[in-house]
Design a protein around this ligand. Structure first.
Ligand SMILES: *Cc1c(COP(=O)(O)O)cnc(C)c1O
Length: 386
């Protein structure tokens, strides 16, 4: 019998079967009472995932579109921007800000480490004209979680500076209450914590940030959130909605919000991550991130294993997709998601498959070692979920 396929990359993630079914429903027009009901419901509940009283806008784009939208809606050519660059996604945002014509102050964080809030305080003191701080809540390329709460407390003291957070692998799976932590613009995307295919990004703007939205001079038409806001007030989207994804989003919100709270989903992700961490460390895979995120785990591939071949081999022989490392981390790490429709048993399967795939590529894990790793992971997950 063929093994069931398991998608454990840090996006796209494994999709719940009921979501797949909903996406196959016959098409309807987006300007109908039937669709309007769905839209109103998702727009009402999305802010609960963001921890905000503000509106959350849906834009038809992958996460990078949401990142660009956050910038073009708040910044202008010549604005000074502090870019926290701790990996690939930080680099991407800096490139976008450069493209807009912003003046960049870079805070380059060594890969694998988290940003230091005191350093951001210093950089803002030195550059009081900074219009925005750009940061990833979870830098997916290194699996590091940044201390957004502390950074929010600092940026809040600067009335002319926004904190703009790429929360694409954090919102919904790690604690990130936008209002309480002083986040001004937050971006999420469908194919990560939201357990959907790629194609939607979600964005919210704080009260403080609307003044920036009005003042921003960067040309924007498709991305203009003012037009979207006007449409949403009339229970519409400005452009055509992606009906199948919006329907699926409605169902996802049923799954991840329990009594209107996201806490259970956050705990689930944390528990699964604990299982991955404990089990794989027991095998000898060390954690790459100094401040690991509960949404994705980066593991250092032990010496003697052909690391560059590991992700492909896991996929073809063991039917599990994980992500490898990017750039200088190619062949050195694997990244395993704890987002998506996965259960503790899937984590046990990943641990075994990781060991067996490693053995095919030079590793020497015994049956007893693999079992011990699975037992440790199981114990950690049982304790973690209580
Ligand atoms: C996945 C991801 C993105 C967006 O990637 P897209 O392919 O455009 O959806 C942005 N930032 C982070 C941190 C991500 O993990």
């Amino acid at each position: 019998m063929e093994l069931p396929y398991l998608l454990m990359a840090p996006g796209p993630v494994q999709i719940p079967p009921e979501i797949t079914q909903i996406m196959a429903l016959p098409m309807i027009h987006h300007r109908t009472p039937e669709f309007e009901k769905i839209l109103v419901d998702v727009l009402e509940r999305l802010p609960k995932v963001f921890g905000t009283h503000e509106r959350v806008f849906i834009q038809t784009a992958t996460g990078s579109g949401g990142m660009e939208s956050a910038l073009v809606n708040t910044l202008s050519r010549g604005d000074k921007v502090l870019c926290v660059v701790a990996g690939k996604f930080g680099e991407r945002w800096r490139l976008m800000a450069q493209e807009i014509g912003c003046t960049i102050v870079s805070y380059d964080v060594p890969w694998g480490e988290a940003a230091v809030p005191a350093k951001i305080q210093t950089l803002l003191n030195e550059n009081p004209d900074t219009r925005a701080v750009l940061i990833q809540a979870c830098e997916t390329s290194t699996a590091v979680l940044n201390p957004v709460q502390e950074i929010g407390a600092i940026v809040q003291k600067f009335p002319e500076t926004l904190l703009i957070v790429d929360a694409i692998t954090a919102c919904g799976v790690t604690p990130l209450p936008m209002d309480a932590w002083g986040i001004d613009v937050m971006v999420a995307a469908s194919q990560k914590a939201f357990m959907l295919p790629a194609g939607l990004s979600f964005l919210a703007f704080s009260k403080k940030s609307w003044k920036f939205v009005e003042a921003a001079k960067t040309p924007r038409f498709y991305w203009d959130v003012r037009a979207e806001k006007k449409a949403n007030i009339a229970n519409q989207t400005h452009f055509s909605s992606v009906v199948p994804l919006t329907r699926a989003l409605q169902k996802v919100l049923d799954l991840i919000l329990v009594n209107g709270k996201i806490d259970g989903n956050i705990l689930k992700s944390k528990t699964l991550a604990k299982g991955i961490e404990v089990g794989c460390q027991k095998l000898g895979f060390q954690l790459y991130a100094k401040s690991p995120s509960p949404s994705v785990t980066a593991l250092v591939i032990p010496e003697g294993i052909q690391g560059a071949k590991l992700p492909d081999h896991l996929e073809t022989k063991y039917r599990i997709t994980v992500a490898g490392g990017q750039d200088s981390l190619k062949g050195k790490i694997v990244r395993i998601s704890s987002m998506g429709h996965i259960k503790p048993n899937d984590i046990l399967r990943v641990i075994e498959a990781l060991a067996l795939a490693s053995n095919d590529l030079g590793g020497k894990f015994s049956k007893e070692q693999i079992q011990a790793a699975q037992t440790a992971a199981q114990t950690a997950m049982t304790e973690g979920s209580n």
